[in-house]
Design a binder for this molecule. Structure first.
Ligand code: PGA
Length: 241
């Protein structure tokens, strides 16, 4: 596991952008795994900057997002499809058909999960997956207790996760109770993982995840078993390591 720790978040986002730029220059049809949440927003801004400076061409890139709420239409500003379009895809030259976010409004959610997993396989697997971490150690929407051998599945969201994400909704009751998420095994099959962690409020969980026991109770602890993880952290998140 490689660590990049800095008190300069702009510099961290720049390094992440450079790593993605290098991958796409070597493999123009790279498969990228994207995450939502506040953490990767700066890195997405950096990708937009690099595109505007003609330093990255996304025309052949394929993307798969980690997760999506069940029951939110793609046009709902709180859906993860909307988030990705608004914060990244609408600003770069990626064909929309190359961008994949699970359909949380599918009539048959189980079928949607199987199809999503198959699409990732058909694309050749994820070359580089961006991850954040939840305060309970979740990765994607894989909450504590999710089996390490899980593939894309429907999950019941933890109350803590719903509360954390309620900052984007008017009330916590509006936060959907379920989501579709890539499983832990799906994530672990990515050839490279970039884990981004910012803020003092993540210091305890990241310490537990990266240096504690490997356990399904702390989903991110599985990353200790992955051969190719880079952890990008600010000094506050790294303060207890
Ligand atoms: P955040 O979410 O980036 O908004 O902190 C991370 C996560 O819950 O995975």
């Amino acid at each position: 596991m490689e660590y990049f720790i800095s008190d300069n978040i702009a510099k961290i986002n720049c390094l992440i952008g450079t790593e993605i730029k290098k991958l796409i220059s070597e493999k123009p049809n790279a498969v990228l795994g994207f995450a939502t949440g506040s953490t990767p927003l700066g890195a997405y801004k950096e990708l937009i900057n690099l595109y505007k400076k003609s330093e990255i061409d996304f025309s052949e890139v394929i993307t798969f997002n980690l997760d999506e709420y069940v029951g939110l239409e793609q046009t709902d500003p709180n859906s993860y499809r909307y988030f990705m379009d608004y914060n990244l895809f609408n600003h770069i030259n990626i064909p929309k058909k190359n961008t994949h976010v699970p359909n949380g409004c599918a009539a048959d959610l189980q079928h949607e999960c199987i199809e999503y997993e198959n699409m990732i396989k058909k694309a050749g697997g994820v070359d580089l997956q961006i991850l954040g971490i939840g305060h309970n150690g979740h990765i994607g929407f894989n909450e504590p207790g999710t089996p390490f051998n899980s593939i894309t599945h429907v999950v019941d969201l933890d109350e803590r996760t719903r509360k954390a994400n309620s900052r984007f909704f008017s009330t916590v009751d509006e936060v959907p109770g379920r989501a579709i998420s890539m499983g832990i095994k799906t994530i672990m099959m990515s050839r490279k993982i970039i884990l981004i962690v910012f803020g003092e409020d993540k210091a305890d969980i990241i310490k537990e995840a990266l240096t504690g026991k490997i356990t399904e109770q702390v989903p991110a602890s599985v990353l200790q078993l992955h051969p190719n993880v880079s952890v990008y952290m600010d000094d506050k998140a790294a303060s207890k390591l």
